[in-house]
Design a protein around this ligand. Structure first.
Ligand code: NAD
Length: 500
């Protein structure tokens, strides 16, 4: 954004990346490879601007090599008995738990989130490997009853093939395991392209996959810079040996990948942007609502696709809710380097993210929103932004129309349940939605009427390995995690036995 004042980075004495799992090369066919032209790109600590390491900047050539390695490995991996696949995934899980502190430090270094949150992400990420090591053994087909006496019919489940996986920076580890765990359990092999801001977690996972004995070519990682992402993405979405694409990130990028995938009609799963409403009705327990709002909004500094993005608060309790939330923010939120004790709010991922928060706040204030807390870059340094609370927000303001993906909580007042639902459902995306109410009839009505893939009722944190994650409308296609997630990597084949 033009005219924005960039604060200098501040160095933190406590930041460091553990060397044991730090890898900077691509991982293809079980080997560590530099890019063919020796190109690299820097990975920066968003809190300090320090260069952590230079990573291989792969292009289409390395990507094709990785797809070929995955295609070759698929020929044997698909026939590995599910119990053996299960054991290997479990070993990978065990290694993640054994190395959880180092993995969490890598996340804090490359993503900025506080160490405690990073440790939480590692437990969540490892949980997908554990879950899918169990689900690998529960891939059931069907015997179908048919009207013809001389026939028998079966539905078999088979792995789709090579899966291309593209992940974002906000959960550098969990977004990988949620996809890769399901893919490998199903018998697929993968080529994954991590986000350019956070490739180190993906590469550390590759090292652990190697140690766990996951066969060469089953899990491949091709890191690349933002500049090379379109060319690499094109190979990942159009290569004839790729059967499936799974992406988490922005809706804009998802649409590009969907168009590329259309030409050869590949299977797709898309986890795209959200614009979550968080509705507080008159009947709500306000203390619980404010606590839920704080957790839901400010985890990962608001850079979570299921973060509340619009707080819709009923007229009678609006002032009380704003007061409670602002008091909690002042007490509980501490901005600083994620490696430092007591910090709850790390930096945003980069300049672009800071610019978006600033743009949304300026737009709202210029149209009459009231700044209750925050509203400016934090003096913790460049990329840090004060947790911000706005009231008097209207549906015309930018922050009510699009995802902020940052530490901004805008409060919009409403009168009736119908009005709240109409505002909530006016978005063209629908990932998560939350509401607080103690009226059982209202709870049923609103849970059913919200146009989203996931609903939190009197609960601000809803993700869990066991439950289906995904959205409706332009928030995406498919579900991840849970017993449903593995279906994204399986084909159903009907086999008809005749002449009996
Ligand atoms: P993005 O969609 O641009 O990037 C996500 C991933 O896609 C990264 O790995 C990136 O390198 C890759 N990518 C980008 N363009 C590509 C292309 N043409 N071909 C192949 N890969 C490509 O998202 P971002 O820039 O990291 O974040 C911007 C916005 O996206 C955020 O403000 C937020 O709204 C949304 N976002 C959503 C999630 C989520 O979990 N759903 C995560 C991160 C970001």
């Amino acid at each position: 954004m033009s005219g924005i004042l960039r604060l200098p980075y501040r160095m933190a004495s406590t930041s460091s990346v553990p060397a044991a799992l730090l890898r900077s090369a691509a991982y293809v066919g079980g080997s560590w490879l530099q890019s063919s032209d020796s190109a690299t790109f820097p990975v920066l600590d968003p809190a300090t601007g320090t260069e952590l390491v230079k990573v291989a900047d792969c292009g289409p050539r390395e990507c094709r090599e990785a797809v070929n390695a995955a295609a070759k490995a698929f020929q044997s991996w698909k026939d590995v008995p599910s119990k053996e696949r299960s054991i290997l995934l479990r070993k990978w899980y065990d290694l993640m738990i054994q190395h959880k502190d180092e993995l969490a430090r890598i996340i804090t270094a490359e993503n900025g989130k506080p160490t405690k949150e990073a440790l939480g992400e590692i437990a969540y990420a490892a949980g997908f490997l554990e879950w899918y090591s169990e689900e690998a053994r529960r891939i059931y087909g069907d015997v179908i009853s048919v009207p013809m006496k001389d026939r028998r019919a079966l539905a078999l489940k088979q792995p789709v093939g090579v899966a291309s996986i593209i992940t974002p920076w906000n959960f550098p580890s969990a977004m990988i395991t949620r996809k890769v765990g399901a893919a490998l359990a199903a018998g697929c092999t993968v080529v994954m392209k991590p986000a350019e801001d956070t490739p180190l977690s993906a590469l550390a996972l590759a090292e652990l996959a190697h140690q766990a004995g996951i066969p060469a070519g089953v899990y491949n990682v091709v890191p690349c810079s933002r500049e090379k992402a379109p060319a690499v993405g094109e190979v990942l979405c159009t290569h004839p040996s790729v059967a499936k694409i799974s992406f988490t990130g922005s809706t804009a990028t998802g649409k590009i990948l969907l168009r590329l995938a259309a030409d050869s009609v590949k299977r797709v799963s898309m986890e795209l942007g959200g614009h979550a409403p968080f509705i507080v009705f008159d009947s709500a327990d306000l203390d619980k609502a404010a606590a839920g709002a704080l957790a839901c909004k400010f985890r990962n500094s608001g850079q979570t696709c299921v973060s509340a993005n619009r707080f819709l608060v009923q007229k009678g309790i609006q002032d009380a809710f704003v007061k409670k939330l602002s008091a909690l923010m002042a007490k509980e939120l501490h901005v600083g380097n994620g490696f430092d004790e007591g910090v709850t709010q790390g930096p945003l991922i980069n300049d672009r993210a800071v610019d978006k928060v600033e743009r949304h706040i300026k737009d709202a204030v210029s149209q009459g929103a009231r700044l209750v807390a925050g509203g400016k870059p934090s003096d913790a340094g460049r990329n840090f932004y004060e947790p911000t609370l706005l009231s008097n927000v209207t549906t015309q303001m930018l922050c009510a129309k699009e995802e902020t993906f940052g530490p901004l909580a805008p409060v919009i007042e409403f009168d009736t349940e119908e009005e709240a639902i109409a505002i909530a459902n006016s978005a063209n995306v629908g990932l998560a939605g939350y509401f607080y109410s103690q009226d059982p009839a209202q709870i049923w009505r609103v849970a059913e009427r919200l146009e989203v893939g996931m609903v939190g009722v009197n609960e601000g944190l809803l993700s869990s390995v066991e439950c289906p994650f995904g959205g409706v409308k332009q928030s995406g296609i498919g579900r991840e995690g849970s017993k449903y997630g593995i279906d994204e990597y399986l084909e159903v084949k009907y086999v008809c036995f005749g002449g009996l």
